[in-house]
Design a protein around this ligand. Structure first.
Ligand SMILES: Nc1ncnc2c1ncn2[C@@H]1O[C@H](COP(=O)(O)OP(=O)(O)OP(=O)(O)O)[C@@H](O)[C@H]1O
Ligand SMILES: [Mg+2]
Length: 289
């Protein structure tokens, strides 16, 4: 059993659990993003959520891919409500929080959230107020963003304390990943972006991709770039998408599932910067408070 106990945060340097009061800075907010679409963000997010849950963490997934929200499709679940229903009187967090299979809790973003900053003060307060309680329900919040450099994607990755950038080894995916790194480095002072290389055929291929992007990040952006891990090309992923059953849950011994378990360990025990804003800071930035 690994992972922080509910209500406990880890001392970043020594990994000593610290007691913190509920709902404050202890919740980690990790945005999962990519430059190119279709590189595996949603599968990574959902399967990582399951692996982290198995390791003892309380995880919440926010489906913030507003164009093509499909966390529920990968999970084989169906959400009838979404985040913006919280604007309605009498709709509470528990009404939009879906208890998906395999212990995955998630919230669908729903289209319209990209206009969040244009909502009235009262509307933004209402959403903030109701959503704030997520911090008490989760140790880690994974935000599945859309691909690319759209304003709403950038909003999410700039508001999150940690960003996981997914790419495949394809040159087009690498070019687009670099564009995200560049935009990220321009707009944020806290450079906390980590790479996941998906669909690699062997470790050497992953090392090559990471070295290429690290050199470019270092040379042109002056930005440190860590690699969180890689995921092998595995037909189990496609099969699990077709069956709408996440591979970590139904094929835990597949190579892709074992890679995800490795990634979960990196998330829990790898180096990370001190969490600065947490979930409330994330919401404040999204809703412009
Ligand atoms: N490691 C892998 N091995 C084999 N196939 C994979 C792997 N990862 C992803 N795929 C394939 O890529 C497809 C797209 O994955 P996914 O939907 O997770 O990408 P995405 O980045 O979320 O896409 P979008 O940008 O449209 O949201 C999957 O349905 C699967 O067929
Ligand atoms: Mg997706």
């Amino acid at each position: 059993m690994v992972g922080a106990k509910p209500g406990m945060a880890r001392n970043e340097q020594y990994d000593v659990p610290q007691k913190v009061s509920a709902g404050n800075f202890c919740t980690r907010v990790i945005a999962v993003t990519s430059g190119k679409g279709g590189v595996g963000k949603t599968n990574l997010t959902v399967n990582l959520a399951i692996a982290l849950g198995m390791a003892g963490s309380r995880v919440l997934v926010v489906d913030a891919d507003l164009g093509m929200a499909n966390v529920d499709v990968v999970l084989g679940s169906r959400s009838k409500t979404h985040l913006l229903n919280l604007l309605e009187d009498g709709t509470e967090l528990s009404d939009v929080l879906q208890e998906g299979p395999y212990g995955v809790r998630y919230i669908s973003g729903g289209s319209g959230i990209e206009k969040a900053a244009a909502f009235t003060y009262e509307e933004r307060q209402r959403l903030m107020g109701k959503l704030s309680a997520c911090a008490e329900l989760a140790d880690i919040i994974l935000v599945d963003t859309g691909a690319g450099l759209g304003k709403n994607v950038m909003d999410f990755i700039l508001a999150a304390d940690e960003v996981v950038l997914v790419t495949t080894p394809e040159p087009t995916a690498l070019t687009d990943a670099y564009a995200v790194m560049k935009a990220y480095s321009m707009y944020t002072a806290t450079k906390n972006l980590k790479l996941v290389v998906n669909r690699v055929y062997d470790e050497a291929e992953s090392r090559e991709v990471v070295a290429k992007l690290q050199q470019t990040a270092d040379r042109f952006l002056g930005m440190p770039l860590e690699c969180l891990g890689y995921i092998f090309e595995d037909s189990a992923v496609m099969r699990s998408v077709r069956q709408q059953k996440p591979f970590v849950a139904v094929q835990p011994h597949s190579v892709a599932a074992r890679c995800i378990q490795g990634l979960a360990n990196s998330v829990l025990y790898g180096s990370r910067m001190t969490v600065k804003r947490g979930w409330k800071g994330f919401l404040k930035q999204i809703f412009r408070f």
